[in-house]
Each structure stands twice: as C-alpha cells, then as structure tokens.
Design a protein around this ligand. Sequence first.
Ligand SMILES: NC(=O)c1ccc[n+]([C@@H]2O[C@H](COP(=O)([O-])OP(=O)(O)OC[C@H]3O[C@@H](n4cnc5c(N)ncnc54)[C@H](O)[C@@H]3O)[C@@H](O)[C@H]2O)c1
Length: 254
Amino acid sequence: MNLDFGNKVVVITGAGLGIGRAAARMFAKHGAKVAVIDLNEDHARNTVEAIGAEGGTAAYFVADVSQEEQVKNCFRGVLDKWGRVDVLINNAGIYYQGKITDTPLAVWEKVMAVNVRGAYLCAREAVAIMEKQGGGVIINVASEAGLVGIKGQVVYNVSKAALIGLTRSLAVDHAPAIRVNCLCPGTTATPLVEESVRRSGDAEKARRELEQIRPMNRLGLPDEQAAALLFLASHEISYATGAVLCVDGGYTAQ
Ligand SMILES: NC(=O)c1ccc[n+]([C@@H]2O[C@H](COP(=O)([O-])OP(=O)(O)OC[C@H]3O[C@@H](n4cnc5c(N)ncnc54)[C@H](O)[C@@H]3O)[C@@H](O)[C@H]2O)c1
C-alpha cells in the first residue's frame, strides 16, 4: 500500500489539538508538507514544532475558519509558501450540548458558522486551486452525530449532518478531478471530549458512559482517526468519492 505523501501539500484546519494535530503529525511522517490552520496560535505553533522535532515539514496559519477574509489569507499564504494544495481536511469544529430550547440563537449561529460555513469557505478556496492544478482531495470531518440523532446536542448533530451533505454535493460537482469524502469519527479521546467530560460533574461516570454505549467499549484514539484520514487522502482509495467512513467503535452499527 502506498501512503507516501512526499511533495504533497496537505492543509488541515483545527490542527492545533486533537484529531487535527494527530493527522498533521501522521501526514508529515508520510512526507507531506502540512499547513496547520488554527484559531489558537499557541496550539498551532506546538503542532508545527512537534512535526519539526520529528523531522517533518509544516507551517502554521492562524485563522478563524468561519471568517472569509482570514480563510482567503491562509490559502494565499499556503500558495505563497508551497504553490499548491493537494489535500484539504476540514477538521476544525466546536461542540455544544443542549436541546433546542437550551440552544440560544447566537450559539446556533456560532456552531453552524464554525462547523459548516468554515468548511464551505475552506472548500471553496481549495476547489478553485485544485481545479487549476488538475485535482486534489477534500475530506470533511463530520461525526457519528451527523448520521444519527444523539440526544441533547441538536445544533452539533445538524452541523455534522450538513457536512455529509456538503461532501456528497462537492463530490458530484467536482468528480473526477477532485475526490471529496467524509470521516465520521465516534467519540475520541481529545481535548474537546475531555472538556465535556470534565464539565459533566462526575468525569469518571461520564467517561464510562461514553465508552459503554459503543460495541468496542472504549473511546477512539486521535491516531485511529488520523490513520483513516491518511487512507482517505491516499491514491489507494482512488475510486471513493462522496463516501462516508464511520470510525466509531460500532456506535452507528447498532
Ligand atoms: N473528539 C471526538 O470525539 C469527535 C467525534 C466526532 C467528531 N469530531 C470532530 O472532529 C473534529 C476535531 O475534533 P477534536 O476532538 O480533535 O477537537 P479539539 O477541540 O480537541 O480541537 C479542535 C481544534 O480546532 C480549533 N478550532 C476551533 N474553532 C476553530 C475555528 N473557528 N477556526 C480554526 N480553528 C478552530 C481549536 O483551536 C482546536 O485546536 C471536530 O470537527 C469535531 O467535531 C470529534
């Protein structure tokens, strides 16, 4: 299996922490030049430094993916530095817990802006670049929550379902040159999850509950999601477009 990304430029949003950071390191280990996009400069710098220490190549660009001008500047920066974009991973995302009556409009707008508008803005830049250069790959990081209605997190579920729709729409519009696929991670031990477990009051209990609701009886690891992203981005799976890959410990198989 050829998972060599030598000479490929891979842009990963939200790569300062969690799944995005694990993916950035894994792509760099496979030879890619990695553009780390994140809102948080310290986190972005940490990822780039970790990649440098491992002998890889990376640069960071600070941006809020929901802001059009910031996204445009990032892609300009990537083009100035490396001249192309072979892979875009729309990974940046935020979470909110609440039923509809506990979800203020401002929160709804914010989650949709980061999770959906952000992916749209980044994909729009990437598609324009990839069309000129003759091809590329886009992967949207949705969630198991985009496939089923997980209780008490309505706006997050909706935002992730929208990413599945975005994936399919871009896949049919831009085949065969640009492949667009979607990863649906199940609950994975990242700062996003640790934070929501901590907020629950009884962290141990909350963690156990998250583990027990899935057949594999454990949380995913960031590297397990990163490996799926690497495979989806690789030429090995060149016939897949518009696909939705669940890496969720069997959660949505129930
Ligand atoms: N961890 C899970 O259990 C899980 C499960 C399913 C899906 N996901 C999805 O995977 C993705 C990554 O999740 P994670 O758990 O690694 O998250 P995380 O919170 O650990 O890291 C997210 C990163 O995105 C950055 N970010 C947040 N808002 C941003 C913005 N507006 N612009 C740019 N960067 C921004 C943060 O600074 C952070 O570095 C998210 O889209 C999340 O919804 C995660």
